[in-house]
Design a protein around this ligand. Structure first.
Ligand code: FA5
Length: 332
């Protein structure tokens, strides 16, 4: 029996050594160590041996079993290392070949979109303003006509910062608080855009990210009407997307604009994507910013900047923009 086991071990060692894929190794492991394997059968047969023989055969059996386990596990480690290096090789990026400018880095497609939008609006006479990403609840909500406890606050899944009174500090959920800051810091008229990063506890999917970008627009002057808003958005659509895109305004609701609308863009394939909201600035919001609503009126809009990039470049999944795969980003 002992010589049978030794012979089995020799054969098994050869079989393990000749295997070069992990699935086949898993199957061989079951064959060599599982319920119907030679070593398990031999253990069952031990009961029929006389005590002396049982001791010798039992000891050898344990040794053979341990050796089989070691052989299989060693082979697994080797094959896993080979699989890893095959994957690494396939995903290797050669950063040494800097022939000419071919492989130089360039701006991320979201940054390019951001800069293009700034150029476009600056060309239309707007200035660019910024505000903080960590905001107080007054600028993000209160001044924008969302009183405490107002159900419209639930439109945004807000991420609060553990600072000061609970609920008083947050990651801004939109760029609209910058409207208030622009009005607080200056005197009308205002023609400003406010690009920036915003945060919501949204689950990532093909059109949503928890961290994304918006571009806000605010115009406050004497005699501004909804017609000015519609005309500005139309001029923007043509300048940014070109002539194979169309846009539409749908009635909507935001506490800080009245009337309010949603701004959608139609792709060349006929599908629509919501890009943002807009409307006439609510008189209470003008007052909150220190602007007299009897004298001034205005409009505002807020677009998803990442979605603008998506539409313009025909990308169908927002998440692709943030996977940092150079083979993808290199296309833009
Ligand atoms: C707002 O955030 C309003 N502040 C917009 C506004 C400004 C209205 C000024 C009126 C006047 P909304 O929650 O719909 O509205 O977001 C605006 C746009 O941001 C959306 O249309 C969409 O393009 C983009 N957006 C919203 N959530 C996400 C997300 N999770 N990921 C990527 N883009 C998003």
């Amino acid at each position: 029996m002992i010589s049978n086991l030794d012979h089995h071990l020799d054969e098994a060692a050869r079989a393990v050594g000749s295997i070069d894929d992990l699935d086949a190794l898993r199957a061989l492991g079951v064959e060599l160590l599982g319920k119907t394997s030679v070593v398990t059968e031999a253990r069952r047969a031990l009961g029929g041996l006389d005590p002396d023989q049982r001791k010798d055969v039992g000891q050898r059996l344990n040794e053979v079993r341990n050796e089989l386990e070691r052989l299989v596990s060693e082979r697994r480690t080797t094959l896993e290392a080979v699989a890893r290096s095959v994957t690494l090789e396939a995903e290797r990026l050669d950063l040494t070949e800097l022939d000419g400018n071919k492989r130089l880095g360039h701006r991320h497609v979201v940054t390019q979109t951001w800069e293009r939008l700034e150029d476009l609006f600056v060309g239309m006479g707007y200035t660019v303003a910024e505000g903080p990403e960590i905001e107080d609840e007054w600028h993000n909500f209160g001044a924008l006509n969302f009183p405490l406890g107002h159900p419209a606050r639930d439109m945004y899944d807000t991420l609060y910062v553990d600072h000061g009174v609970p609920g008083s500090t947050l990651l801004r959920t939109h760029t609209s608080p910058v409207q208030i800051r622009v009005m607080e810091d200056g005197e009308p008229p205002f023609y400003s855009i406010m690009p920036g990063r915003v945060f919501r506890s949204d689950t990532a999917d093909s059109t949503h990210m928890p961290v994304f970008h918006q571009i806000e627009g605010l115009v406050v002057d004497r005699g501004i009407t909804f017609g000015d808003l519609a005309g500005t958005l139309e001029a923007f659509t043509r300048a940014y997307f070109g002539h194979d895109f169309t846009s539409r305004l749908r009635p909507s609701y935001f506490p800080f604009t009245e009337p309010s609308a949603e701004f959608d863009i139609q792709r060349p394939d006929g599908t629509w994507l919501e890009l943002g909201g807009c409307g006439m600035v609510h008189p209470s919001v003008l007052s909150a910013g220190g602007v007299d609503p009897e004298e001034w009126s205005g409009f505002a809009f807020g677009f998803g900047l990442d979605r603008l990039a998506l539409m313009r470049h025909g990308i169908d999944d927002l998440r692709e923009l943030f996977r940092n795969d150079l083979r993808f980003l290199g296309q833009f």
